[in-house]
Design a protein. Sequence first.
Length: 392
Amino acid sequence: MEIRLTPEEQTFRAQVRDWLHNNLPTEERPTDWRGWREFDLAWQKTQYDGGWAGIAWPKEYGGRGLTLLEQVIWFEECARVKAPHRGVTSVGINHGGPTLITRGTEEQKQFHLPKILRGDVVWCQGFSEPNAGSDLAGLTTRAEIDGDHLVVNGSKIWTSYAHMADYQELLVRTDPNAPKHKGITWVICHMDYPGIEVRPIMTMVDPEDFHFCQVFYNDVRIPIANVVGEINDGWNVANATLGFERGTGFISDQVYFAQLVEDMIEMVRDPARQAYRTADETADILGRLAVSRSEMAAIRAMTYATVSRAAKGVPGLEGSMIRLYFSEAQQKALRLAMDILGPVGLERGNMHSWTRHYLRAFASTIAAGSSDVQRNIIGERILGLPKGPKAA
Ligand SMILES: Cc1cc2nc3c(=O)[nH]c(=O)nc-3n(C[C@H](O)[C@H](O)[C@H](O)COP(=O)(O)OP(=O)(O)OC[C@H]3O[C@@H](n4cnc5c(N)ncnc54)[C@H](O)[C@@H]3O)c2cc1C
């Protein structure tokens, strides 16, 4: 597949390149979470001030009103110069904001969207629960209506950035007697509401690098005006959110990862790393590298095809295909990066950035729906295959 840009798109790319050249942050992203939040919000504000935030968002909410293809060009140029990537603004930008654009009230859009784009706020996602991950519709966090408020009790888990967030996309059960997909509501929760407790969860990457939390809700009162869509229609709204998350939310990761594979090729050329390898091992690495590079090219072609089909609106189910292919190709490539890196990759104290990428990638076949769940979606909802037998 040949990807040919129009003269206008080429001019756009040149403008992006020029702006990034003059505005890229020079310092590293801090590792402590307060510094991390401040850094990501400042970078978001710089993009906003330069007119590069929300490239495909409508103009009336502070975006540029351009196409998804121009958004992809932006990501490609950011990846080329290693601009800060996948930070604390990702939930708001990638699926919180887009959900409000398609399903929110005018008041919700006017209030929240400019704040997200300007880098004033951080959003997190409160969907998963200790007993409701893949089976998201089985969630039990309860919300009872009391006058013009919902009163929420329960717990969410694996909430990325909850300890840094101002707002949350929260799914609650408002009708426990309805069929499980029917009694759910999608509501905007301010993380400062009384009764919310956030506890961090450490990961294997390293003790400082926690981005996960468990969130507890104890009689948390949320105005009904914060409901997005209708009460008890949250499953439909959540599907829009997941459509954005799985469909367009990972485009920047795909583009950035293709650049990482190019960096791996440079790493192989480093004579210091060649010293400990036999000729057979080198041949094996080169073969695997060729496969990884062609997989990245396939992902790029799939991404461009999706983007030109999706135009505007909620992305279709094919996001699950790219998500599945990408996350598995990414894990394979990062295992290869560890083989190229050699013994240095085993150091824990001063962990190498490739080791960090490698350890983080274990999560990529789980986050936003596991590979098994993506395969179910592809089989049942795209290919129309019959559902498998229910687990006992
Ligand atoms: C890095 C990362 C970030 C995350 N961030 C967030 C966040 O910000 N907010 C949030 O709400 N959640 C978040 N999650 C949670 C994520 O959505 C869930 O982990 C995911 O949906 C899987 O749910 P689970 O962990 O409960 O596993 P389970 O659903 O218990 O699955 C366990 C295993 O069973 C398999 N399985 C389950 N059901 C089926 C089935 N029907 N058919 C075949 N196999 C099946 C799964 O594939 C998996 O291998 C995050 C997860 C990760 C890893």
